[in-house]
Design a protein around this ligand. Structure first.
Ligand SMILES: [Zn+2]
Length: 812
């Protein structure tokens, strides 16, 4: 959110914004794609350096939480009280604190609900579908279910008390935000404590798609079925207070995620005593909540070389069938995390394996998975393994994983991340014979989503970017790394995450630049995930090379671990650490909607004139002879003789000597030309004539607008190929059309741009010179019969017997 700095004198404001808008090309159509970004990036200061590093006065707030929460299973309700310890590390005095009340997003009167346009009533923002068109609007059953759930349930927070040590505080709820007015101003370096009692009804995740909630399993044997509870965005959390925006209290609309402060948590979670709880942090009271057997299994899992069941499938099934009236309190502690989430169910199977990471930070990490039987056998085979694989790959790209646990929990949320814990959705299909099976797509989904969500425990859970503003800073960076980890897992799985997979989006009209605030992004998947992924892959594999890129990316990760980077910090670090000017790259990929489409339009094959008339005139005679004959002359010749042939007396000198005949006059001119050359000029000409190389001029046009290196595969007459990579800087004086001279001994027969499809070039056919016949597929199809009501044979159809719905259920 851009804030109006009303405290800034107008003069200072004008100086602070020399602004790109003031610098404008007003003649011709030249566009400087290499214009430096400094005028667009924020001015460096003591908090953030011009090199993209935390400055010497960098600060961030610290917020610690003690929470006591009770899950009322039957009511699907949370009741809790929290004690917040807020330390003001900023140089500013604060008179109020802003907290996030994310559950209020589900109130009827929330900004998100009231501003939801039809066809984008879906929870995380606008759908791709265009509003226009002549077809009547459609209403999905999912959308109807959502409206019905919202109508039937009281949602949002009940705040019963907001107080400090001396009593109730005055507060104001503004949508999903809560302003608490402090009893007295909080000076720099000071700490204050708040206590809040709150409660809310948990949403049905499948109806609402809320990133958390419950899922009901009505078919379980237990009377009334069972639930899986995934709790996130569940307690009033402090908004971040930052050096670049002040309070980051932009309303939660469902899409732009969360920006939060680091702190230490102690959370007591009271649940039915047959539930298994997974949570951010480490369990503090295993002897109070786990059996002796479970504790022994957990201990042996630490050094196991495969996942060990803490709760087996049989034990989970046993839990599922029974019920309980007792409760148990699980205590978790987590240090230096930016959030806290948890999951609870009696359905959970639980496996664990210690990952011996080594190093001094966190030598051993417990990788754990929690899932119901509905996820088997996918989950016990792949989940914990995928967690460990992710830690290995991500740490190689960034830093050692600094937390004691890394967990993957199955539930209704398709995929969502929190510190040390992730929610992941994939399930298997129960077949008639009792087996549970899955498709390759479901396996890809499971491994892929776990890599992705565990990856988020690095970005943004540790490299704490502002998700509310910039989805790409966490999703883009993380999708790039999850692609790397996916290919290292198994390249035979069709991951569909290469630069070539983003071309349809890149050339589409319906898009905004990557540098767009999260809630305003069109097509969030391609915009904030796939396009930045493609950009970073190209940066690594094509522009910088792995060594430079990896060094810079690790440097960015190291600089901003447990800190709060902004986009400029990423751009600046990548430039500073590689020593390569990347302004054109970030400008093109992140600040525009240009796409890559480089075309090779023509290749000239040039032969150097020798200036010697005895050679050059003969070559011109040959060129003339090589032209195709005139059809008129040919046909005339077949029909009749020419006038000159009929009348030989008309023949003269020119019938014996053509226009390419050399005379001594030209020979003398040639000698004069040579004698008038400087010595060096003559030597250059003579050498060039002797060597008689091929001169090729290649003409390229930039149809997509995005400047990129031109990667060439040259094929010669001898069948050999050669790679020639022209840096993007070739476009710096003309971004639309450039030529390149190639001087070679060999004869060139074919040129292909980007032969490996590594630059997301949207039209690969104009990459071929000469053009090739386009290979594709065509299907024969049958014209469908009309579906109009009058096309039915009702005379016949009305004789149909009514089927028993019970029968048809058996026989799908
Ligand atoms: Zn993500």
């Amino acid at each position: 959110m851009i804030r109006n700095p009303s405290w800034l004198p107008l003069a200072a404001l004008l100086v602070a914004l020399p602004a790109a808008a003031d610098i404008e090309q007003t003649k011709g159509s030249f566009k400087d794609k290499f214009r430096q970004l400094d005028e667009v990036l924020p001015t460096a200061n003591d908090y953030r350096t011009a090199g993209g590093e935390p400055g010497h006065e960098y600060w961030q707030q610290k917020v610690d939480y003690e929470i006591d929460v009770r899950l009322l299973e039957g009511q699907r309700r949370i009741e809790a009280s929290e004690r917040i310890r807020y330390t003001n590390e900023s140089p500013d005095t604060l008179r109020f604190l802003w907290l996030q009340l994310d559950q209020n997003r589900f109130r009827d009167d929330s900004l998100a609900e009231r501003s939801g346009a039809f066809a984008d009533a879906s929870r995380r923002g606008p759908r791709v579908k265009d509003a226009e068109g002549s077809n009547p609007p459609q209403l999905s059953l999912e959308e109807l279910r959502r409206h019905q759930f919202m109508a039937d349930n009281e949602l949002g927070y009940t705040l019963s008390s907001v107080r400090d040590g001396r009593g109730e505080l005055s507060y104001t709820v503004v949508g999903t935000n809560l302003r608490v007015d402090l009893r007295r101003p909080l000076d720099p370096g000071d700490t204050t404590e708040l206590e809040i009692d709150f409660a809310f009804n948990i949403v049905d995740e499948n109806a609402i798609s809320a990133r958390s909630g419950y899922e009901h399993f009505p078919d379980d044997e237990r009377e009334g079925g069972n639930d899986i509870f995934l709790l996130a965005q569940w307690f009033p959390r402090l908004h971040a207070y930052t050096d670049y925006e002040g309070w980051t209290n932009k309303e939660f609309l469902g899409r732009g995620e969360f920006t939060l402060e680091f702190g230490d948590y102690t959370v007591d979670i009271t649940v039915p005593d047959d539930h298994i709880v997974a949570a951010t942090g480490e369990l503090q009271n295993p002897s109070a909540v786990l059996t002796r057997t479970q504790r022994d299994r957990l201990a042996s899992a630490r050094t196991a070389d495969a996942p060990v069941f803490i709760v087996t499938a049989e034990e989970a099934l046993e839990n599922e069938r029974e019920g309980t009236s007792g409760t148990r309190t699980w205590r978790f502690e987590a240090d230096n995390v930016r959030d806290f989430a948890w999951a609870s169910s009696r359905k959970f199977i639980w496996d664990a394996q210690g990952y011996q990471q080594g190093g001094s930070v966190q030598p051993e990490v417990m990788a754990m998975s929690f899932y119901p039987k509905e996820g088997e056998p996918l989950w016990s085979t792949y989940s914990t393994a995928a967690v460990i694989h992710t830690l290995k790959v991500y740490s190689r790209f960034s830093f050692d994983y600094p937390y004691p646990t890394a967990q993957s929990v199955n539930g209704p949320v398709g995929g969502m991340e929190y510190p040390m814990i992730t929610f992941n959705g994939p399930r298997t299909d129960l077949q008639d014979d009792g087996d549970r099976t899955y498709s390759l797509a479901e396996k890809r989904y499971l491994v892929g989503v776990i890599i992705h969500e565990i990856g988020h425990t690095y970005f943004p859970m540790i490299v704490n970017s502002d998700e509310r503003q910039w989805t790409w800073m966490d999703e883009g960076l993380n999708s790039f790394l999850d692609a790397m980890a996916g290919w290292e897992w198994d390249p035979e799985i069709p991951w569909n995450n290469q630069p070539r997979d983003v071309v349809d989006y890149m050339k589409s009209e319906r898009q905004v630049p990557i540098m767009t605030q999260s809630d305003s992004v069109l097509q969030i998947g391609p915009n904030a995930y796939a396009k930045p992924t493609a950009a970073l892959m190209i940066l690594r594999e094509t522009i910088l090379g792995r060594e430079l890129f990896d060094f810079a990316f690790r440097e960015y990760s190291r600089r901003w671990m447990f800190k709060r980077p902004a986009p400029a910090d990423f751009f600046r670090t990548m430039e500073e650490a590689t020593g390569v000017d990347l302004d054109w790259f970030f400008r093109g990929w992140f600040y525009t909607t240009d796409h890559v489409d480089i075309s090779i339009d023509r290749i000239w094959k040039l032969r150097l004139d020798t200036k010697d008339p005895d050679i050059d005139f003969e070559r011109r005679r040959q060129e003339d002879a090589d032209k195709p004959p005139s059809v008129i002359v040919e046909r005339n010749r077949a029909e009749r003789r020419t006038w000159v042939e009929e009348n030989p007396g008309l023949r003269d000198f020119y019938d014996e000597n053509d226009r390419f005949t050399v005379t001594n006059k030209e020979r003398n001119d040639y000698q004069t030309f040579l004698s008038e050359l400087e010595d060096w000029e003559r030597e250059v000409l003579e050498r060039a004539v002797t060597e008689d190389k091929h001169y090729y001029v290649l003409e390229f046009s930039n149809l997509g607008g995005l400047v990129m290196p031109i990667l060439l595969e040259l094929t010669y007459a001898d069948g050999e190929t050669e790679r020639l990579d022209i840096p993007a800087e070739i476009w710096r004086r003309n971004a639309m059309a450039v030529k390149k001279l190639i001087i070679t001994d060999r004869e060139l027969t074919q040129v292909v741009i980007d032969p490996n499809w590594e630059t997301a070039d949207t039209d690969v056919e104009n990459n071929h010179y000469p053009r090739r016949i386009v290979p594709s597929r065509i299907e024969a199809y049958k014209v469908p019969e009309g579906e109009a009501l009058e096309n039915r044979d009702i005379i016949q159809d009305s004789k149909t017997e009514l089927e028993d719905p019970e029968d048809s259920e058996e026989d799908p």
